[in-house]
Design a protein around this ligand. Structure first.
Ligand code: NAD
Ligand code: IPM
Ligand code: MN
Length: 360
C-alpha cells in the first residue's frame, strides 16, 4: 500500500514522541511491504518563531494533500504564562481541525492489564474498562464568538452548537456503539445550558434510529464522578468539545497516564492522529515522555485511515508484550519500590521497534 503521511511534531515533547510514532510507521512499512512517503511541517510555537503564524499556509496545503497526519503537540510556557499574547500555538491546532473538518475526535480509553497498578484507582474497579469517547471537535465554546471589552472589563466565549454538528457526530457514535456493546452515554449539561438542550433533544431523536442501542443521558458533573466511581458502566461516550476535553484527561487516569492515550480526529477527509496530551513543559527535553500514546495513535491511523487491521493489532500486541516483560516509562512505573525496568523515551521507542521486528 502506498500512502503520503504528513508529520507535524510541534512543540515540547511533541517531537520527542512523534519521532517514535514515525519510526514505528517506517518499521511497519518495511515489514509489511507498504510504501509510506513522509513529509514534515510546522505548527504551534515553532511555526510562530519561524513564520509568525501558528498554522502556516504551507502546513495546511501539505495537510490537505496527505492521506493521514501524525501530530505531536503544541504549546509553550511563554504563552501559558502571558494571557495577553494574541498569537498563540494552540490556534494552529484549532484552525487545522476546522479547516480539515475533523469534527469527530475518537479517544479510546484502552487499559492494558499490566498497568492496573499505574492508576490511582483501585484495580478491582478498573479491570475490564474499555471506553470509546466521541468528542465533538469543531464546535462549542471553542469556536463561538469571542468578545473582550476593556470598557466593561468583561470577556465572553459563546457556547454554540448547530443541530447538524450534533447530528453528524451522534451518527458516528451510534454506529460505533452498534459495533461494540450497544451501549451509549451522551454527556451534557441540559439542566442549565440551552446548547446542551439542543444536544440532548438531537441525540434523543437520533437514538430512535438505533433502537438496539441502550442510550443513556448524563449530566457532565455526574459523569465526571461516575467515571472514577465505576468506569465499567461506560462503553461509548458521546459528548461536546469542552466536556470531552476535560473528561478524557480525567479518563487517562484509568489507563494509567496521559502518556497512554491516543486519539483519531476524523471528518470527511484526511484523518489526523495525535496523543491526547500536550507539550508537557515540565518534562520536555528530559527523555521522560512516554512515546506509547504517539505509537498508539499510529495504530489508530493504520486501522482507521488505511484499513490495515493486522498491522494495527501488531502494535497493540507488542505494547502489551513490552509491558508484560516489565518495561515502563517513568509515568507508568507506579512507585520507586516497583520491580520494573524504567526506560527513557528513546529506549522505550527502540524497544518497541525491536519487539515489532521479532513478531514478524
Ligand atoms: P500536558 O498534557 O502537556 O501535561 C499534563 C501532565 O501530564 C504533565 O505533568 C505532563 O508531564 C504529563 N504528561 C503529558 N504527556 C505525557 C507523556 N507522553 N509522558 C509522560 N507524562 C506526560 O498538559 P498541560 O501541562 O496542561 O499543558 C502544557 C501545554 O500543552 C500547554 O501549552 C497546553 O496548551 C498544551 N496542550 C496541547 C495539547 C495538544 O497539542 N493537543 C493538548 C493539551 C495541552
Ligand atoms: C487537546 C488540547 C486542545 C483542546 C488545546 C491545546 C487546543 O487540550 O487536544 O485535548 O483543548 O482541544
Ligand atoms: Mn486536552
Amino acid at each position: 500500500m502506498k500512502k503520503k503521511i504528513l508529520v507535524i511534531p510541534g512543540d515540547g515533547i511533541g517531537p520527542e514522541v512523534t519521532t517514535w510514532g514515525k519510526a514505528v510507521l517506517e518499521k511497519i512499512a518495511e515489514l509489511f511491504g507498504h510504501e509510506f512517503e513522509f513529509d514534515e511541517a510546522l505548527m504551534g510555537h515553532v511555526a510562530i518563531e519561524a513564520t509568525g503564524n501558528p498554522l502556516p499556509d504551507e502546513t495546511l496545503k501539505k495537510a490537505k494533500q496527505s492521506d493521514a497526519i501524525l501530530f505531536g503537540a503544541v504549546g509553550h510556557a511563554k504563552y501559558d504564562n502571558d494571557p495577553s499574547l494574541k498569537v498563540r500555538p494552540e490556534q494552529g491546532l484549532l484552525k487545522i481541525r476546522k479547516e480539515l473538518g475533523l469534527y469527530a475526535n475518537l479517544r479510546p480509553i484502552l487499559l492494558f492489564d499490566e498497568l492496573l497498578d499505574a492508576s490511582s484507582i483501585k484495580p478491582a474497579i478498573l479491570k475490564g474498562t474499555d471506553i470509546l469517547f466521541f468528542r465533538e471537535l469543531t464546535g462549542d465554546v471553542y469556536f463561538g464568538e469571542k468578545i473582550r471589552s476593556e470598557d466593561t472589563n468583561t470577556a465572553s466565549d459563546l457556547m454554540i452548537y448547530h443541530r447538524y454538528e450534533i447530528e453528524r457526530i451522534a451518527h458516528k457514535a451510534f454506529a460505533a456503539a452498534m459495533q461494540r456493546s450497544k451501549r451509549l452515554c451522551s454527556v451534557d449539561k441540559a439542566n442549565v445550558l440551552e446548547s446542551s438542550r439542543l444536544w440532548r433533544e438531537t441525540v434523543q431523536r437520533i437514538a430512535k434510529e438505533y433502537p438496539e442501542v441502550e442510550t443513556e443521558h448524563m449530566f457532565i458533573d455526574n459523569a465526571a464522578m461516575q467515571l472514577i466511581k465505576d468506569p465499567k458502566r461506560f462503553d461509548v461516550v458521546l459528548t461536546a468539545n469542552l466536556f470531552g476535553d476535560i473528561l478524557t484527561d480525567e479518563a487517562s487516569q484509568i489507563a494509567g497516564s496521559m502518556g497512554m492515550l491516543a486519539s483519531a480526529s476524523i471528518g470527511d477527509g484526511t484523518g489526523f492522529f495525535e496523543p491526547i496530551h500536550g507539550s508537557a513543559h515540565d518534562i520536555a527535553g528530559k527523555d521522560l515522555a512516554n512515546p506509547l500514546a504517539s505509537i498508539l495513535s499510529v495504530a489508530l491511523m493504520l486501522e482507521i485511515s488505511f484499513g490495515l487491521k493486522k498491522e494495527a493489532q501488531l502494535i497493540l500486541t507488542v505494547i502489551d508484550q513490552v509491558l508484560k516483560e516489565g518495561f515502563r516509562t517513568n509515568d507508568i512505573a507506579s512507585d520507586a519500590t516497583n520491580p520494573y525496568q524504567v526506560l527513557g523515551t528513546q529506549e522505550m521507542g527502540k524497544l518497541i521497534l525491536k519487539f515489532i521486528a521479532q513478531q514478524t
